[in-house]
Design a protein around this ligand. Structure first.
Ligand code: SF4
Ligand code: SF4
Ligand code: SF4
Ligand code: FES
Length: 352
């Protein structure tokens, strides 16, 4: 089928939304609640467009295209409506960008800039925002900031669609609406698994790490793509570092995990800069540990293995492999223990 968008005739396919077609043809329609990993939510109304024959603007992210549709994406009326939407969002959301950790990497800030929202606009409606009550979130690893929350619903959707748990939902109405753990329904209470997917999709820093380090600003943060070391899945992630200190883990697209992480991969990075972290091998002598270099440590281990094997036989030796090694390393390790040392006393910490 074809549709006419901003005067251009564009090819479109059955099942696509107006936003899908616009993006496919590099036509920018502003969005806020829309997230590529989630089904369209349609809550923020930033993506409204005019469709000929429709008496009111429609959300581009939730409206399917039809053959011959005529769409306008940037009329003066639409720009004005989007400005009003942003003003209403900023009635509650504190425009406190200078002190905000995602300053410089924020969709809402970009929209405020694009639609020229300034402090004078924030007094248009002369309404004092309600100060929401603090309340518990679904996991102690994440802190919820109700004033910042724009109630876009991404977190709720991510918990259902990505993690398939459904541990959080909207609670309360109007100005008191907030995100909260779901109530028990009879014997069913979906339990949060602390995966942090909700936090990862929040566009306005309303969900932050409760125990994490202070994050650096976008422009001082170095991102290093790497593989999670916790288990054999090989999830891809991005370490965020300021100087030599890792301050956060963020998802990367693709990889076996398709951007998703578990609680260990997302929150368990403090060991990297921990002051007790081992950085050299240690050899125990007379009951105390002393630092050694790798050559010395490997020579020591090789000599002890040979001595024990000749004195007491190969079954006097047992070996434990690590989930933090690759499959190939673990394969070589068991091969060495079985083929070279000559014992089947080999196991893996994942089975403990
Ligand atoms: S979330 Fe965005 S708009 Fe809000 S204070 Fe932070 S940088 Fe500014
Ligand atoms: S941490 Fe994971 S399981 Fe818990 S509320 Fe967020 S998305 Fe749901
Ligand atoms: S916590 Fe974040 S993702 Fe969830 S509704 Fe609020 S702004 Fe949206
Ligand atoms: S992006 Fe379409 S309604 Fe929010």
């Amino acid at each position: 089928m074809t549709i006419l968008m901003d005067g251009m005739r564009l090819n479109a396919r059955e099942g696509q939304t107006i936003l899908d077609v616009a993006r496919e043809h590099d036509i920018r329609i502003p969005t806020l609640c829309y997230h590529e990993k989630l089904k369209p939510i349609g809550s923020c109304r930033m993506c409204i467009v005019e469709v000929e024959g429709s008496s009111t603007p429609v959300a581009a992210c939730t409206t399917a295209v039809s053959d011959g549709m005529i769409v306008r994406t940037h009329t003066p009326d639409l720009v004005e409506l989007r400005r009003e939407t942003l003003k209403l969002i900023f009635l509650k959301h504190p425009m406190n960008c200078a002190a905000c950790e995602i300053n410089g990497n924020c969709q809402l800030q970009d929209l405020a800039h694009e639609y020229d929202i300034n402090h004078t606009d924030l007094h248009t409606y002369n309404i004092r925002p309600v100060e929401p009550e603090p309340g518990p979130y679904a996991t102690p690893l994440i802190q919820y900031h109700p004033r910042r929350c724009i109630l876009c619903g991404r977190c709720v959707q991510a918990c259902v669609e990505i993690t398939e748990v459904g541990a959080i939902n909207f609670k309360g109405r109007g100005a008191l609406a907030r995100i909260a753990p779901v109530e028990r329904m009879g014997s069913i209470k979906p339990e949060c698994v602390s995966c942090g997917e909700c936090m990862a999709v929040c566009p306005v820093n309303a969900l932050t790490e409760a125990l994490g380090k202070k994050r650096g600003k976008a422009w001082e943060t170095r991102k290093v793509k790497t593989t999670c070391t916790y288990c054999g899945c090989g999830c891809q992630l991005e370490l965020n570092a300021v100087g030599e200190t890792v301050t956060a883990v963020t998802p990367v697209d693709g990889g076996v995990n398709r951007g998703a992480l578990c609680s260990k991969g997302r929150f368990g990075y403090d060991f990297i800069n921990h002051h007790e972290r081992l950085k050299t091998p240690l050899i125990r002598e007379n009951g105390t540990w002393r630092e050694a270099n790798w050559d010395e440590a490997l020579d020591f281990v090789a000599k002890r293995l040979v001595d024990i094997r000749s004195e007491s036989g190969p079954d006097a030796i047992g070996a434990l492999a690590s989930a933090r090694c690759t499959n190939e390393e673990n394969y070589l390790f068991q091969k060495f223990i079985r083929g070279v040392i000559g014992t089947n006393n080999v196991d893996h910490c994942a089975r403990l």
